[in-house]
Each structure stands twice: as C-alpha cells, then as structure tokens.
Design a protein around this ligand. Structure first.
Ligand code: HEM
Length: 420
C-alpha cells in the first residue's frame, strides 16, 4: 500500500480482517523496518510489542520463564477497545494457555497422551469415515457453503466424538465456540453487549459440561469427558473452574482452527489451479501440501505473552510487565526463512511453518489437526471434480482467529464408490 508508514498502520482493528483479510503488507513493513515494534495507539488494549519475525517468535515461545503466559484476567490477544463496549475484567477461563511451568506441564499431562501421534493415529479410520460422510452430504448438490456444510463439519464431529458428546448437541458446541471466539461478530451476537455475549456463551458451556461431568461420574467411558472428570493434577482432583475451562479449551480449539485451514486451503487451491492439478496428479504430495496450507492460512493470528523481567529482544528494551503479541501468519511469511514467502507452493520442503506455535505451548491438537487436514485434502482431491466461487468469501470479525465464515461455491463431488 502506497504511503504506508509505521505510525499509520493498523494491525488490530477487527474490521480490517473482515474487509481485507490478514494485514500482510503491514506485517511485511514491520518485519522490514521494526520487527520488535512498540505498538501504542488510542483504544488499543493493551499497548504491546508486535513480534513479526520467525526467529523472534521462536525465541519468545521457547522462553516461558521470561515471556510468561498471560494470567486468566488479562487478554489472550490484543484488541481494539470500544468505549461503549467494555470487556470483562473477570477471568473467563483458566487453561493451559494461561498457565506457566511447572503448573502448565502438570495440567498438560492430564490429556497429553490422548493427543500423541500414536493415539491420534488410531483415529485414522474413524476420521476417514467422517470425512467421507461429510462429502457424501454434498454429493447431490451443485452449490454449497463450503464452510458450514463441509469444512466445519469434520473438526466438529471429530472433537465431539472424542468427548462422547451426542450428535444432537454438536451444533450447540459449534455455535458456542463461535460465540466465544468471535464475540464481536454480529452473526454470533445474542445481545448488543460483547461482555454479555461472552458471559452467556461461557455459562452455557459450563452448564453443558457440568452435565457431562455428572454423567461420567456415574458411568465412566473411554473418552475425553471421562478423562477430565476424573483428572488428577499433582495427586489432587482438578478444581471445578479449571476443569470446566479445560473442556471449553479443547472444544473451542478443536473447532475454530482446523475448519479455517480446510476452507482457507481449498480457497488457496482454487486461486492456484496449477497447484490443484499437481496435487491431484500426485497424492504423495498431500503431506507437504498440508504444511503449505498451514503456513499459507495460519488460522491463529496472535497470542500474547507478558515479560516477567526486563530483557532485550532484537535490540529493543522490553520491561517487566510489557505485553507482547506473537503474529503467527507474519512469521510464516518471513522472507529470511521462506524463499518467495508469498508463493503458494505445495511442494515446499523444508517448511518450518509456525501455525501451531512452538515451545512450551505448542499446539496440543497439532497431530489431530494434521491428520484431519491430510485426510480431508486427500478425499477432496479424489472426489472433487471442480469447485469455483459463486460469491465473495465472508470473513469472521476477529483479529484472533482468522476465520472464514462463509464460502459459497459451485462444486461437483463424486459419489464415494466412483471415486475409488
Ligand atoms: C489447524 C489447526 C490448529 C492450529 C493452526 C492451532 C494453533 C495453535 C496455536 C498457535 C497455539 C498456541 C501456541 C502458543 O501460545 O504458543 C495452539 C495451542 C493449543 N491448541 Fe491448537 N491449533 C489447531 C488445532 C487444534 C486442535 C484440533 C486442538 C484440540 C483438539 C487444539 C488444541 C490446542 C490446545 C489445547 C492448545 C494450548 C496448548 C498449551 O497451552 O499448552 N488445537 N494451537
């Protein structure tokens, strides 16, 4: 953008994300001119250091002692304050994302073994079946909303089944996840007040999870709900607030990210038909294509940290208590790490993309998300004869998770057997 300067750029306003998608040009300017940049503007909360380079994101993420997670009553992501719309100062959740070592490790151990490559590998057949069933639903259709009718269905089904949540409640989980993550998006409003929206969604979640806990106390099963119901941390039962928060974290994280990688991935393939043809012609490229989709789409925009003491990062003096925001999509376009970062290349290898973060808080669901993406894109390549947009995509009003809400496409999906 002509005339863009450090003082004038905006990388926080959620309207920007709706209108233009990710502010890649602004991030590129920051990487070039001020990679560790003190971002202080009216109404931006809190003022923060914008971290935009791959190396710095690595360094900050790998030093949880120096760059702490934010406590539960501080913002997980930086936002634009609306004077008419105060946000809650109360803790909404207390989760892995708001914990530091050693507490963080103790809590992560509660479900860690259910997300290892081995444990996730056992879900392969089930995920293949769910994916095929999702695609079956649109076989007879010539048009659909790819987000709500395809991309969202897979992660929702998978995480709900891992929790043992009955099918009739899946839509409720989806709705509440959206309400929590995009409280500023009017499609997910129940009332005019953002604070009240978040509070109602949270209470609804907690009420629902309390029911699951009561049920699994009586009749344990082999599912995530049971594991969390009976969870011990350092030999003690988990406190109720942390327990309910844990349910919410996994449901929200399971829903809000992978679907954006699926829809964003198909969108990228539609915009790069030569890459689509190449992938279709060589399904052996699915793993590298998946990594490239993750790099390209980077569904999570930012997470914050707080400096625990004075330190220097890339020559900048950071003070104890300063906020930092890590911009994952920017690190994933870093010219110093990726050759031609603005080229979508499904054969890119190596591809040290950071869409899942790195270090202490490296995404717990990374193995699951990767498997879902690989299976979905394999089946799409096998069964999707063509897809084209019939209208503009609609983006979520959020600067936290860069979601596509709606993506109207004309498409032809082959029936299952014909595809084989
Ligand atoms: C494409 C899909 C996904 C992306 C891009 C993604 C991205 C991320 C990122 C960037 C972080 C934070 C790293 C940090 O603060 O340093 C994270 C953490 C986390 N993710 Fe994911 N995620 C995805 C899918 C999932 C799924 C499917 C689940 C669960 C079922 C999940 C569960 C979590 C959890 C629990 C954490 C917190 C980990 C911790 O603090 O120790 N994610 N994810």
């Amino acid at each position: 953008m002509a005339g863009m300067t450090l003082n004038s750029i905006d990388i926080v306003d959620p309207d920007l994300f709706v209108q233009r998608g990710y502010p890649h040009e602004e991030w590129a300017l920051l990487r070039r001119e001020a990679p560790v940049y003190w971002y202080q503007r009216e109404n931006i909360h809190p003022p923060f250091w914008a971290i935009t380079k791959h190396a710095d994101l690595l360094e900050v993420s790998r030093r949880p002692d120096l760059f702490n997670s934010v406590p539960p009553d501080r913002p997980l992501f930086v936002f634009k304050k609306n004077p008419d719309q105060p946000r809650s100062e109360e803790p909404v959740f207390h989760t892995l994302l708001t914990m530091n070592p050693p507490q963080h490790g103790a809590y992560r151990a509660v479900v860690n073994k259910r997300f290892t490559p081995h444990a996730i590998g056992k879900l392969r057949e089930q995920i293949e079946e769910v994916t095929a069933a999702v695609l079956d639903e649109v076989v007879d259709r010539s048009e659909c909303d790819f987000v709500t009718e395809v991309a969202a269905r897979l992660p929702l089904a998978v995480i709900s089944e891992m929790f043992g949540i009955p099918r009739q409640d899946w839509d409720r989980m989806f709705r509440l996840s959206n309400e929590m993550i995009a409280a500023e998006d009017e499609e997910f409003h129940r009332t005019e007040s953002i604070k009240e929206n978040v509070e109602r969604a949270r209470l609804d979640f907690f009420e629902y999870f309390s029911g699951l806990i009561a049920d699994r106390q009586k009749t344990p099963r082999d599912d995530l709900s049971t594991a969390l119901t009976h969870a011990q941390v350092n030999g003690q039962p988990m406190p109720l607030f942390e327990q309910l928060s844990y349910f919410a974290l996994l449901i929200i994280a399971g829903n809000e990210t992978t679907r954006n990688a699926i829809s964003g991935g198909l969108y990228a393939l539609m915009q790069h038909p030569e890459q689509w043809q190449r992938l279709r012609g060589d399904l052996g490229l699915i793993p590298t294509a998946t990594e490239e989709i993750l790099r390209w789409v980077s569904p999570v925009v930012q997470f914050t940290r707080i400096a625990s003491r004075d330190t220097v990062l890339r020559g900048q003096q950071i003070h104890a208590g300063d906020f930092l925001a890590l911009f994952y999509p920017s690190a994933n376009r870093d010219e110093e790490v990726f050759a031609e970062p603005f080229r979508f290349d499904i054969t890119r290898n190596p591809n040290p993309q950071l869409a899942f973060g790195i270090g202490e808080h490296y995404c717990l669901g990374a193995n699951l998300a990767r498997l879902e993406l690989q299976i979905m894109f394999r089946q799409l390549m096998e069964r999707l004869d063509y897809a084209e947009m019939t209208g503009p995509i609609q983006r979520m009003r959020s600067n936290f998770v860069g979601g596509i809400k709606h993506m109207p496409v004309r498409l032809r999906i082959r029936p299952r057997r014909a595809a084989a």
